[in-house]
Design a binder for this molecule. Structure first.
Ligand code: SF4
Ligand code: SF4
Length: 396
């Protein structure tokens, strides 16, 4: 398939999803985010672009070197077929979609790529991408608990800093790194404010709030922050809605445009998505990066600690993720959890039993949905989502 076809197909697919969301939404300030989503794979930045997989890469280092981080985790069914020329059929669709983007030359403007070794899919993708582009691999420890793991991760962060400086030809100064951390912390606080408003029934759809988080990964940060402030201001002028729909938390594999079927099915079935712990959503964005003193060393420690605590299922044991989910269930008064598992994702799939068991102890029902990026299973998913929402309704 020619490059232009995949980019054009992706744009059309995103346009279709956004049109549905625009029709269901209705908030004036959301228009900016709908428009950004439609253009999220256009490179209109003058700064060198650094492609990033995952929530574990400290984007502040890229920003401090004058670069712009862009998330390259793919959510497009149309690029999967392209990558199946080199990757097996039974493989995570996120990886296949991203590799498909590269094989279609869609991301040729990237200066470099950073890939953490969180799962086998990412490791193998990194090898393939390294043939085409400067690719830095970050070795992720298996645990977050031991002192050795923390030391290894700090070494990886320092190595990444050097690699970024070399590739972008810019020194990361103490002042610039501080500026970048303070900036992303402002972003995190804005998102937390949005989620706090949702907690108290602010009149914004959960799928819209997810989109706001999703667009923050590729947008110009100043512009994103100023429009998020406008959105918060608009919401604060509105009355919270009295809403007795089941309050839902989404967890599991990332949900990436244009594959938005899960949030839309939940909302069509009258579920109220209040919270998520998705890597494409709130996962690392709701807490700020804590820095003891603004020395280079302490800033790197602050970054290392923050990104290692991302509660990714690649860690063992993974108590922080389970704990986080249970805390959110209480704090956001959740009635039911929807667990999204991308086919081929062994990490999320392998933790289902544990999350389900802990939720059962709290008497919180959970629905596991295993799916990929195609539309072929939508009818079947709809039946299960409808039944789950009905059950939550009848539990009230
Ligand atoms: S769950 Fe882990 S591997 Fe998957 S996107 Fe998040 S940080 Fe990356
Ligand atoms: S969804 Fe699972 S398999 Fe896919 S990239 Fe993320 S952690 Fe890896």
């Amino acid at each position: 398939m020619a490059e232009r076809d995949v980019r054009a197909e992706l744009k059309t697919a995103i346009d279709q999803q956004i049109a549905k969301m625009r029709a269901a939404g209705g908030l004036e300030s959301m228009n900016y985010f709908y428009d950004r989503a439609k253009n999220m794979y256009d490179s209109d930045s003058e700064s060198p672009l650094v492609g990033v997989f995952c929530n574990l890469v400290p984007e502040e280092l890229i920003m401090a070197a004058g670069g712009k981080p862009v998330r390259i985790c793919g959510g497009f069914h149309g690029s999967i077929g392209v990558s199946e020329r080199v990757l097996p059929q039974v493989f995570c669709p996120l990886i296949k979609s991203s590799v498909g983007f590269f094989m279609s030359d869609m991301l040729s403007e990237l200066k470099m790529i950073v890939v953490p070794t969180t799962c086998d899919g990412k490791k193998k993708a990194a090898e393939f991408l390294a043939e085409k582009k400067k690719t830095v691999i970050m070795e992720v420890p298996h645990t977050i608990e031991s002192p050795q793991a923390r030391e290894l991760w700090l070494v990886e962060i320092k190595k990444l800093k050097k690699n970024i400086e070399k590739e972008l030809g810019a020194k990361i100064s103490r002042k610039k790194l501080r500026g970048a951390i303070e900036k992303t912390n402002r972003k995190r606080k804005l998102l937390l404010e949005l989620y706090n408003l949702r907690k108290n029934n602010a009149p914004i759809l959960g799928s819209d709030a997810l989109l706001v988080a999703h667009t923050s990964f590729n947008d110009d940060l100043d512009s994103w922050m100023s429009h998020t402030e406008s959105l918060l201001a608009e919401l604060k002028t509105m009355e919270p809605r009295s809403d007795d729909r089941p309050r839902i938390m989404l967890t599991g594999s990332p949900i990436l445009l244009p594959t938005w079927k899960i949030p839309l099915l939940i909302e069509e079935a009258q579920g109220n998505i209040i919270m998520d712990d998705l890597c494409s959503g709130a996962k690392t964005l709701l807490s700020t990066i804590e820095v003891r003193a603004w020395t280079m060393y302490d800033m790197l420690i602050g970054l290392a600690d923050h990104y290692l605590m991302s509660a990714c299922p690649c860690f063992v044991p993974n108590d922080p993720r389970v704990k986080k989910i249970l805390n959110y269930v209480d704090e956001y008064r959740i009635d039911g959890v929807v667990y999204h598992n991308l086919q081929g994702c062994q990490l999320y799939g392998g933790e289902v039993w544990r999350v389900e068991k802990e939720l059962k102890d709290k008497k919180i029902p959970m629905l596991k949905l295993e799916t990929s990026y195609g539309e072929g299973d939508v009818k079947q998913l709809k039946i299960r989502v409808d039944a789950f929402m009905e059950m939550l309704e009848s539990n009230k």
